[in-house]
Design a protein around this ligand. Structure first.
Ligand code: AMP
Ligand code: MG
Length: 423
């Protein structure tokens, strides 16, 4: 019996919860989720300063401009003008420098004509009070919310925190994820492949997916279909990880030892699922009995392993990382070709390429080589095109796409818009 994707996702999501909150240096917190709301402790800026290079002056002095003012000094960012401006005086000022006492406006340098011979400046237009002055708290006032609990910390947040002198933040711990490849066929040594053996793809792509999310990968290596070796690897995972991701040995026909050992160590909590998707139908999930370590058992076929990660691991680990929006936002794209399929009770996820036309509309085309071992097509894809159960999506009609590399979306070329399923 196949189970719908959303049910499988529900099973996984119900079994994981947000990781504890650690006080973390801001420069190690990029992408982490705030565990508590953070408030401003200071006004930023904390003093009146100039937002322009020009002359600090008294607005009243510029009535009836042009007027000539006496230059009594100069002040740049990081320095202070010691005196107080008297009527008829001006101070040369640079962006970010404190406004001298007595001044209430800045005239931009382009509207001034200085005369070096007698230290005067002609201000050519009237300057209103407050002109080009940044006031204390203009950006952030003490007590303001800097970022709400639940916020994903982006580079700008780190800058805002740094500008407050806030050096650490309470964030959910970055998930540490162990990755293990299983199977007797996997050959890790140098030198030519022995007959019947293959090299490991999955550990590398899964570790990469983890790094891409900003999570901490733990490489648990390759383990043959051997009880002792598997137990040893599960032990290492439990010691060092927040979750374990295995690949291989979860299919129906598999009499792989992985399945037997996982059943043993999970106190029977492993659910062996047939998820109603293609690729990545086989999937297992449970928790280790001693430690409650979540275990994701992904299929061995390299495309399936990655799709399974995207649809079943990523949302769960996002929950562990403290996120509340767990699923990628989908985009709607016009299919440049017929995306035909036959009904089989499953949602199909087609390796595809999404591009944009000049007006900003998305277009999608499928890549060749759609079998679950054809990892190269995955490498050339920037999206999975979602074909609900049925007969597919006709050329020129919308298809939903799970766009995992928006940065790789390029402008559509003419040959792509007129058809052809080639990659
Ligand atoms: P399984 O899920 O163990 O039945 O494996 C399905 C297919 O994926 C088989 O062809 C395996 O040889 C292959 N496979 C399993 N693990 C890996 C891996 N780590 N890298 C590349 N191919 C794999
Ligand atoms: Mg196997």
């Amino acid at each position: 019996m196949m189970i719908p994707l959303d049910q499988a996702q529900g099973i996984v999501l119900d079994s994981v919860s947000p990781l504890p909150i650690d006080v973390t240096p801001i420069d190690q917190a990029l992408g982490c989720v705030l565990g508590q709301t953070v408030y401003a402790v200071n006004d930023v800026p904390s003093f009146r300063n100039s937002s322009m290079d020009g002359y600090a002056l008294r607005s009243d002095d510029t009535k009836g401009a042009p007027v000539t003012l006496q230059i009594v000094g100069s002040v740049s960012a990081g320095h202070v003008f010691a005196g107080t401006l008297a009527p008829g005086q001006a101070v040369r000022i640079m962006t970010g420098a404190p406004i001298p006492n007595g001044a209430d406006a800045v005239s931009m340098v382009e509207l001034c004509e200085p005369n070096d011979d007698d230290d005067t400046v002609v201000v050519t237009t009237e300057i209103p009070a407050g002109n080009f002055i940044r006031h204390p708290g203009y950006d952030v006032a003490a007590g303001d919310v800097l970022a709400l609990a639940g916020t994903t910390l982006r580079p700008a947040h780190l800058g805002v925190l740094g500008a407050q002198g806030i050096g650490t933040v309470p964030v959910h711990r970055r998930p540490r994820l162990g990755v293990l490849s299983t199977g007797d066929e996997l050959f890790v040594d140098d030198g030519p492949l022995p007959p019947g053996r293959i090299r490991d793809a999955n550990r590398h792509s899964l570790l990469g997916l983890i790094r891409e999310e900003g999570w901490e990968p733990v490489d648990l290596g390759v383990v043959p279909d051997d009880r002792g070796a598997l137990l040893e690897a599960f032990g290492r995972a439990a010691e060092s990880c927040d979750a374990l991701i295995t690949s291989g040995g979860v299919s129906v026909g598999d009499f792989d030892i992985v399945r037997i050992v996982l059943d043993d160590v999970s106190g029977g909590s492993m659910r062996w699922m047939q998820v109603a998707i293609r690729p990545a139908k086989p999937f297992a999930f449970g928790t280790l009995a001693q430690t409650n370590l979540p275990v994701f058992g992904l299929p061995g076929n390299p495309v399936s392993a990655m799709v399974s990660f995207e649809l079943l691991v990523r949302p769960a680990v996002r929950r562990m990382a403290g996120h509340t929006n767990l699923f990628r936002a989908l985009v709607s794209a016009t299919s440049t070709v017929d995306l035909a399929r036959v009904p089989d009770g499953r949602i199909h996820f087609v390796r595809g390429h999404v591009s944009l036309d000049g007006e900003g509309h998305y277009f999608a085309r499928p890549l060749e080589d759609q079998e679950s071992h054809q990892l190269n097509a995955m490498a050339n894809a920037n999206a999975l095109l979602i074909l609900p159960d049925g007969r597919g999506v006709a050329q020129g009609t919308p298809v939903r796409a799970l766009l995992f590399y928006p940065a790789d979306v390029t402008e559509l070329s003419d040959d792509q818009s007129t058809g052809g399923a080639g990659s």
